[in-house]
Design a protein around this ligand. Sequence first.
Ligand SMILES: Cc1cc2nc3c(=O)[nH]c(=O)nc-3n(C[C@H](O)[C@H](O)[C@H](O)COP(=O)(O)OP(=O)(O)OC[C@H]3O[C@@H](n4cnc5c(N)ncnc54)[C@H](O)[C@@H]3O)c2cc1C
Length: 457
Amino acid sequence: MTTNTISAAHPRRALLSGWGRYPLSESDVYRPDKIAELQAVVTADSTSLIARGAGRAYGDAALNDHHRVVDLTRLNRMLSFDATTGLLRCEAGVTIAELIDVFLPRGFFPPVTPGTRFVTLGGSVAADVHGKNHHRDSSLASHVTNFDLMVASGEVLRCSREENSDLFWATVGGMGLTGVILELELRMRRVESAYLDGELIRAGNVDAAIEAFERIDAQYGYSVAWIDCNSTRSALGRSILNVGNFATLEQLPRNLAQDPLNTMPKLSPPVPLDFPVVNSLTVRAFNALNYAFHREKAAHTIFDWGSFFYPLDSIRNWPRIYGKRGFVQYQCVWPPDESRAGLIELLEEVTRSRRASFLAVLKKFGAQDGLISFPMPGYTLAIDFPVTDGLLEFLDTLDAMVLKRGGRVYLAKDARMSPETFRAMYPNLPKWQAAKAVADPGNRFSSSLSRRLRMTE
Ligand SMILES: Cc1cc2nc3c(=O)[nH]c(=O)nc-3n(C[C@H](O)[C@H](O)[C@H](O)COP(=O)(O)OP(=O)(O)OC[C@H]3O[C@@H](n4cnc5c(N)ncnc54)[C@H](O)[C@@H]3O)c2cc1C
């Protein structure tokens, strides 16, 4: 380990939250722009510290109430790229949006992307994010060959499947708790165009949605369903599936084929103020209109990459529609043989509760490696709930339903799960704890999430 000649820069005191704006917490925030500065912050004292990327985790994963937070967004240089292999090396503060800006015009796209491009790669590896192609391509970690991790001693360790492999597997999905990812190597996907050739499929209920996912599974690499969670009885779970593959030049109409890799996503004006428009009436109306808007017969469509992957990114500050109290996104997954029953049971509970939600999204997961990464084969549902009285107790009820079917809840979205539920949902926790204890014996890397869930106990 080298000795520090640079002292830790002065932190600023800040009130932070995740994307759901619940909970809020106050921390000392450091924003180093050199590795040596970061090292000084990590080793300056032994009090708790957690890395933060773009702050897009919904709950308390990148919060450290009354402790230290280190913002990695200035460590964002691209280091090397090999166009023959697609291998890119870059610092962890680079965002997926930046990757797309630089590499899509050259015919490369990130191999896995979450539903927003405004996330850092460090945060995406730490949450081991999944995209609409998990059933085909698994999570982000499958496309990361190695990364450099600064551990609590300030030492930097190269981690891969061959080198420090225990630490590699504890860090992907490990929510920043093994150290700070400094840089990583990622295999980008070659694409012929910036468009997707796909379909919009209307499904009348849960069974029709699952049948559609299974039917298109082999044909389409990307799939997602937007569920109307106000529908009931025989229409419970009616949804619009959005499926596609990157279009080849032959599949594009002539006007797009002339400039296949050039497209700018549109941004709408931001939501100006906290404007709580989400209530059971507006949500019911929105869901009904959205469903009716789509034709019954599947419509073949060419999508641009922005509207296919990131429909929410076009509305800046959209969490403001939930008002000042914020919202919680509940994302769970069930194993394959429990998915249908679990989905029906949970949607029935949600409709019965009349807890408004615009956004409910269903995806199919495939194979998954990792210790505490969220995905497992099966179906995953994500629903937004505005914070209202009784919400936390209601979500405990959902937890019990998911747990009894062998499912689990996603840490990158969580803000309220109990330590007992977490422990039961993540059976590989002891293996993860063993690797964490080797890299961070003093538990220097901890967060509001890790303390709430007692992840190291
Ligand atoms: C609109 C929207 C859609 C989303 N869709 C999806 C989706 O489809 N699939 C999915 O999987 N997720 C999804 N997410 C969640 C998001 O992808 C993850 O929460 C991701 O971790 C956010 O990255 P970030 O850079 O904002 O990290 P932050 O929110 O800042 O941090 C997240 C975690 O990463 C850790 N971390 C950050 N940087 C580093 C680093 N350099 N080294 C070590 N640890 C670090 C933090 O400590 C924290 O635990 C979505 C989020 C939003 C807002």
